[in-house]
Design a binder for this molecule. Structure first.
Ligand SMILES: *Cc1c(COP(=O)(O)O)cnc(C)c1O
Length: 360
């Protein structure tokens, strides 16, 4: 133990709650410790007396919450002597796997659906030096292949079926309880494989059991309407949504997430792509917080449920913003075609005229 207050990542901070030993070599990039931002304009705009916080997981080292799970998964893979990791990914898992593998000095293999991953995520994964296998298929098909190949080749799976992933991800709930002094009344997340909603519930439940918090939140999971197996009550074979991070039809934590819903008294719901994009823009333009499309499903859903009264006034709500808006610049730019961008001559008159026009 040192007396330094330097933050060295979530495993060091929460090692008493995580499956590591004193001599475990920790593979960390300083993940976790992300801001919990209280929204000041959105509640007023919707005219409801609620406290909404966003947990900005896009500020993790590779720009998504996947880093919380990956620091644990790669730490354990290295401890167990593994020289290579593998995952199927809609983008963020591959970026995180690639980064932590680089840090550990091992090889990352990633299977991604051809043409369906956001540009920022692809750039990261290439730059960190992963071996990228673009498949002519979707995430669910990639996941199936990863399971089959890991049974025959010397690679460790680092998708969220790796139990260490959820262990790392549960620390987001610890941080929230620490900051609020209690669990929120509602915790809203976007749901793809449903690992993260499961991990958060584990974290809240442990905090509660340890007496750190006296309450438990209702867990609310929002899906994209074109990829909403929890709403259909069965697997979806051809998931489609602009929110590529949750373009998943066969969630790996299916049973676990249903248990979370039942135990917490929460629910699942779905949003149209247009509602997701609207929430993404609202958050950016009224609060200055830029998240990727999938992440905005949490806030978009929460706003709808607050407006309808399903989430009552007086509630304290946390929405997880799972990934950074910079991950998917194409979707952002294509949504802002009417933004006030114009090309002018480089003269004082032109600039002055533009200012006056826009302020009038
Ligand atoms: C992975 C991911 C999700 C979905 O999380 P699950 O644990 O698969 O439910 C949501 N948003 C973003 C940005 C992600 O990267």
């Amino acid at each position: 133990m040192s007396n330094s207050s330097r933050y060295t990542g979530l495993i060091d901070k929460y090692r008493d709650h995580l499956p590591v030993h004193d001599d475990t070599r920790i593979i960390s990039l300083g993940e976790g410790n992300t801001p919990l931002i209280r929204l000041s304009n959105v509640p007023r705009m919707i005219g409801k007396d609620v406290d909404i916080y966003v947990k900005y997981e896009g500020l993790n080292p590779t720009g998504s919450f996947k880093d919380r799970g990956m620091t644990m998964a790669v730490t354990k893979a290295v401890e167990e002597g593994s020289k290579a990791i593998i995952c199927a990914s809609t983008g963020n898992t591959s970026a995180a796997a690639a980064a932590y593998a680089a840090r550990a000095g091992i090889t990352a293999f990633v299977l991604i659906p051809e043409g369906k991953i956001a540009m920022g995520k692809l750039a990261q994964t290439m730059m960190y030096g992963a071996v990228i296998l673009q498949i002519r298929g979707n995430f669910d098909e990639g996941m199936q292949l990863v399971k089959e190949v890991a049974a025959e080749a010397p690679v460790t799976i680092v998708n969220s079926i790796n139990p260490y992933r959820l262990q790392g991800q549960k620390t987001a709930a610890f941080e929230i309880v620490e900051e609020l002094g209690a669990a929120p009344d509602y915790h809203c997340l976007p749901v793809g494989n449903a690992g993260n909603i499961t991990a958060h519930w584990m974290g809240y439940s442990e905090s509660h059991k340890d007496g750190v918090s006296n309450n438990l939140p209702k867990m609310v999971g929002y899906q994209a309407a074109g990829a909403a197996p929890f709403m259909r009550g069965k697997m979806v074979d051809d998931p489609e949504t602009i929110a590529t991070a949750i373009r998943i039809g066969h969630p790996q934590s299916w049973d676990k997430a249903w248990n979370v819903q039942k135990e917490s008294g929460g629910w699942f719901d779905e949003l149209q792509d247009s509602e997701i994009l609207e929430a993404q823009k609202l958050l950016a333009q009224s609060e200055g917080v830029f998240c990727e499309p999938a992440s905005a499903a949490s806030l978009g859903g929460a706003i709808r449920d607050v407006k309808s009264g399903k989430i009552p006034e007086g509630s304290k709500i946390v929405c997880t913003l799972t990934g950074n808006g910079l991950k998917d610049p194409d979707t952002a730019i294509s949504q802002c075609s009417n933004a006030s961008m114009s090309t002018i001559d480089a003269t004082l008159d032109e600039v002055k005229k533009s200012i006056l026009d826009n302020l009038s």
